[in-house]
Design a protein around this ligand. Structure first.
Ligand code: SF4
Length: 429
């Protein structure tokens, strides 16, 4: 979502004459769009500002703006703690960035903009074209969260759930497509909680699928509680929705899920899994795991390992629990570090093994790959399989934006390597 937000901020500030530079030592404005999810997010921001200060020590000071969720969480404290920062803008206020900058230039008034106003943000942004124009583009449809998992800052930094108007999203999708987008990734902190008037996420997916130039649709991140029947049902007839579902489970233990306030059980999760597999056995799952949540004992941890073995997740993310200030879990007693590291290793080894097995099974098979770009050295092209796995093959620049049938020759854990094929009769895996 930060990538989407950064692009929209750029689309906005262009209107008052700012351009991106690769050579940021020459920048006259330095904007840091921050994320609060990872460990020590706040300290990393101050550290980064320290770096900028050094770079500009003998030069004219740039205008320094902190945007994103750290800005939201810290607000005016940032201006007090680090005088080098000029403006602080939260994720629901960045549509006001041009006025804020112009006001600063005129009056040198340092301010923080951190009120929650997603309605006026998206209303404003719908009038500013999304010009990211990548083969695969993000499109935010929903923001915020009402679930209040005990470990998570999102409800405090992004505010309550808000779903954008249906037509506004479809218009943005059409505009992205006019600029070359072939794959649309619908985004939201609780993307499948999308609800605007009578429309749900399933309606939105089916509407976007109707745009002829759209080849693929994905959505992320979902909550198990919002995997409603209408959403599960569209997998029966969708033509463009990809068969990889990112559905965070966090833990395999009901005791820990309850302690986390996740509002779903393992049985709920398995029911969703079984229903989707019955509709299409080729659907695969990826997930997020928090290892060592306070109170996790050996049995809880083994439940997580067993769940991974049962579902055979691919492309999952796993992290050791780390407390976030202001959350319910912030002051709970932490598990011993050595145990945490051992548990994380075990989980990651199992997840990596699943990935290796999956990728190995694709060798000598044919896959449809949506080509996104040239590789860094420009000699090959890079794209993604239906399961989001990177595929590198001997393509040309003219393949970018097209779906190519590729024979997979080799694999490692994260990447498949293949050859373009002219044999259109080969069945795709
Ligand atoms: S549902 Fe997701 S975004 Fe909401 S509180 Fe839980 S982890 Fe955070």
């Amino acid at each position: 979502m930060n990538e989407y937000d950064s692009n929209r901020i750029y689309d906005t500030v262009k209107k008052i004459g700012y351009n991106k530079t690769e050579n940021y030592e020459e920048a006259n404005c330095y904007l840091l769009n921050t994320c609060h999810i990872r460990d020590k997010a706040k300290e990393k921001v101050y550290h980064e500002i320290g770096r900028v200060k050094k770079i500009f020590r003998f030069k004219k000071k740039p205008l320094v703006i902190i945007a994103g969720c750290v800005a939201q969480a810290e607000n005016d404290e940032m201006l007090r703690r680090e005088p080098y920062i000029d403006l602080v803008i939260g994720p629901q206020s960045y549509h006001k960035i041009n006025d804020t900058i112009l006001n600063y230039i005129e009056k040198k008034e340092k301010i923080e903009q951190t009120e929650f106003d997603p309605f006026s943000k998206f209303d404003y942004l719908s009038k500013i074209k999304n010009e990211s124009g990548k083969v695969s583009s993000f499109l935010t449809i929903q923001e915020g969260c009402d679930k209040f998992c005990h470990f998570c800052v999102v409800p405090y930094t992004r505010g309550p759930e808000y779903s954008r108007p249906f037509n506004q999203i479809v218009d943005e999708a059409k505009y992205l497509v006019e600029n070359g987008t072939k794959e649309i990734i619908l985004l939201g902190q609780n993307v499948n909680a999308y609800e605007n008037e009578k429309f749900r996420l399933s309606d939105l997916i089916l509407e976007i699928e109707k745009i002829p130039e759209v080849e693929r649709v994905r959505y992320t991140t979902s909550h198990p509680k919002d995997m409603t029947e209408d959403l599960i049902d569209i997998y029966k007839y969708t033509k463009k929705l990809m068969p990889l579902i990112h559905l965070p489970v966090q833990s395999g233990s009901n005791k820990i899920l309850k302690a986390m306030n996740r509002k779903h059980t393992i049985e709920d999760y398995l029911e969703i899994f079984d229903k989707l597999k019955e509709i299409n056995p080729n659907i695969e799952f990826s997930s997020d795991f928090i290892i060592g949540y306070p109170g996790e004992d050996d049995k809880d941890f083994n439940d997580t390992l067993n769940l991974i073995k049962r579902i055979k997740f691919i492309n999952s993310y796993s992290f050791i629990f780390s407390p976030r200030p202001g959350t319910v879990a912030a002051d709970l007693e932490l598990i011993d570090k050595k145990i945490l590291t051992e548990r994380l290793d075990k989980v990651q080894n199992l997840l990596f093994e699943n990935q290796m097995i999956m990728n190995k099974s694709l060798e000598n098979k044919y896959l449809n790959v949506l080509v996104e770009n040239l590789t860094d050295d420009g000699t090959q092209v890079f794209g993604r399989s239906e399961y989001m796995t990177s595929v590198i093959f001997n393509g040309k620049k003219s393949d970018i934006g097209k779906i190519k049938k590729i024979k997979i020759e080799q694999s490692n854990r994260s990447t498949l390597f293949g050859e373009k094929t002219n044999n259109s009769n080969q069945k795709v895996a």
